[in-house]
Write a protein that binds this ligand. Structure first.
Ligand SMILES: [Zn+2]
Length: 310
């Protein structure tokens, strides 16, 4: 056998064995951590998996033909639109601050990966000092408790807008949601009861710590907030679900979003945010933008577009 062939076979064999050993040692593929620096802050995003949404979850006020044309660009795959989930963690010199809890083990099977992703990034949930909740939808709140209904981040204080908390605690919350999403209310109520003692309410412009401020972006839900991270003249805005789709939310903010509780307000909030974000040149992190979800708002024609930067 020529030496050349032998070495090729051996290399293949070694590579195959190493891959098998690596696969056996790992319970899941290693999740990547993305990191950007902002002054003293390290800002990271971790995946929580993704949600398969029906592609037809459409804007009732959109132009039908235009809607079809942009659907593919907006991420449609057959009948499904894959909505990724990026959870932000901010490491300040003294604290570890998470923005949203992820979905936890009981939402849908493609979600609930946050704990594994944090572990791959060397983060112990017990070290998280604060969690800021943008709103009470399952992919943002249900990760507050684990399989055993214990707190996933047991040492942290949780920051929630009082309006958001009040909406989900109200017995009528369920009635205001479409039938297929009424279980959101049941799940939210249970999670809020579990975490209630550790909740601190926040309102417009409150600083959770110096350089981390919440502001009102309601419309997606009644008390939705976004978070501005600011160091010197630079800032990163963690959007939550104020802008969710890299095409629709940026180029057609006036189109109603299928998952907004208050569609008119959601559209107005998107327009105002886009103007602000373009003018301030802030970086943005979107919970459902393509992973790792970090980018900027740029001009496109008479409107705006999303530009990924990480
Ligand atoms: Zn969401």
């Amino acid at each position: 056998m020529p030496v050349k062939n032998f070495s090729l076979n051996r290399r293949e064999f070694v590579a195959g064995t190493a891959a098998l050993a690596a696969a056996a040692a790992l319970p899941h593929p290693v999740f990547a951590t993305s990191k950007v620096t902002l002054g003293d802050f390290e800002v990271m995003t971790f995946t929580d998996g993704h949600i398969n949404l029906p592609a037809g979850l459409r804007a009732p006020n959109a132009d039908e033909e235009k809607w079809k044309e942009v659907l593919e660009r907006a991420g449609r795959k057959g009948d499904t639109y894959i909505s990724p989930i990026n959870v932000t963690l901010v490491k300040t010199p003294d604290e570890l601050i998470l923005i949203d809890f992820g979905s936890g083990p009981r939402f849908v099977p493609t979600t609930g990966k946050l704990e594994a992703a944090l572990s791959d990034g060397g983060i112990d949930p017990g070290d998280v000092t604060k969690v800021i909740l943008t709103h009470g939808h399952p992919d943002h709140l249900w990760g507050a408790t684990n399989d055993f209904d214990e707190l996933t981040f047991p040492e942290a204080t949780y920051y929630v807008a009082e309006k958001e908390f009040a909406f989900w605690k109200d017995a009528d919350a369920m009635k205001s949601l479409p039938e297929e999403r009424q279980f959101f209310a049941v799940g939210a109520k249970a999670r809020f009861e579990s975490i209630e003692e550790r909740i601190q309410f926040v309102k417009e412009d409150d600083e959770v710590v110096s350089g981390i401020r919440v502001f009102d972006t309601h419309g997606h839900t009644q008390g939705h907030i976004s978070v501005e991270l600011k160091q010197g003249s630079e800032s990163i805005v963690v959007l939550g679900d104020a802008l969710t789709n890299p095409v629709l939310s940026f180029e057609f903010p006036e189109w109603h979003a299928g998952t907004d509780h208050l569609p008119e307000v959601g559209a107005a909030t998107r327009k105002k945010l886009l103007d602000q974000l373009f003018t301030s040149k802030a970086k943005i992190i979107g919970y459902h933008l393509p992973p790792p979800g970090i980018g900027m708002v740029v001009k496109k024609g008479s409107g705006y577009a999303y530009e990924a930067i990480a």
